[in-house]
Design a protein around this ligand. Structure first.
Ligand code: URA
Length: 277
């Protein structure tokens, strides 16, 4: 077989098989690992069950006997998730999913999660590897939320506590960038993406979150994208986002990804709008 796919994001480098499959849009990173473990993938004619096996773009890779042809074009969509829509690809309770908001002939994966009652910017892509990189905590891609808080007006002590980082039951949070934009409303930028993190941080400092909206993901602003609306990102926007998910401070998200310095939490210089006006 010829080169395993048309795109050459890896520039001839050696990458792990599961990472390669995810990048080719075969399945999510975890799905690709399972695919390999279950013996459905061959490399140069040999069945490989180790997801960490090294491959290159010259390897002849097949899934269930079908060679990987040219990879589908990578697509990334920005969606303004409405409340009540879940951000998984499928929901066992039959609730509407964010993936169903975007008609597509290629399989899309949500990049990370937003709670069902939260609204705002979520990305969908057919590139499982990109989705992994943009959400893995070690890459520290900043996400900004606007939160309307219950209780007394937000005071300086609350802002300071959130800025310093708080101790949650799954460990301390990194310092957040926080600003008050109303008596009961803050904008908070974090880069860890733990479950219900914003709500738990705010609860920790004495405020229940009444309304939560994500307004920025890395370099991308929600802009004036209406609830339920979506748009495909331009090549330049995708390139910029990929660069944000291409370095890390620590951890082991990807051994073949070169390190680079990280943006600090907060609005990156030149943040882009997700909606075109
Ligand atoms: N933090 C939360 O609490 N919920 C989300 O959906 C995202 C971040």
């Amino acid at each position: 077989m010829q080169g395993a796919r048309g795109r050459s994001d890896y520039g001839g480098r050696v990458v792990r098989l599961a990472k390669f499959l995810a990048g080719a849009g075969v399945a999510s990173r975890r799905g690709s690992e399972e695919l390999v473990r279950s013996g459905r993938v061959t490399v140069d004619g040999e069945t490989i069950t180790d997801p960490a096996r090294d491959v290159t773009e010259r390897s002849a890779i097949a899934v269930d006997g079908s060679p990987l042809g040219d990879a589908p074009t990578r697509v990334v969509y920005a969606v303004n998730k409405p409340a009540g829509v879940v951000s998984t690809a499928r929901d066992t309770h039959g609730r509407p999913t964010v993936v169903a908001l975007v008609p597509s002939d290629t399989r899309l994966y949500p990049v990370g999660r937003l709670d069902a009652d939260a609204t705002g910017l979520i990305l969908l892509t057919n590139d499982g590897e990109l989705a992994h990189r943009l959400t893995h905590p070690s890459f520290e891609v900043p996400k900004t939320y606007r939160a309307e808080l219950a209780g007394k007006p937000v005071g300086q002590a609350t802002l300071n506590a959130l800025r310093a980082g708080v101790l949650l039951d799954d460990g301390p949070t990194a310092p957040a960038r926080v600003r008050r934009i109303g008596q009961h409303t803050i904008e908070l930028t974090i880069h860890e993406g733990r479950k219900r993190q914003v709500k738990r941080m705010c609860e920790h400092v004495g405020h229940r979150v009444r309304v939560l909206e994500r307004i920025r993901f890395g370099s991308l602003d929600l802009g004036d994208l209406k609830p339920g609306a979506f748009r495909r990102l331009t090549d330049a926007e995708v390139k910029r986002l990929s660069a944000e998910g291409s370095g890390r401070r620590g951890g082991s998200a990807s051994r073949s990804t070169p390190g680079r310095s990280q943006p600090s939490p907060g609005r990156p210089a030149g943040a882009r709008r997700a909606s075109r006006s």
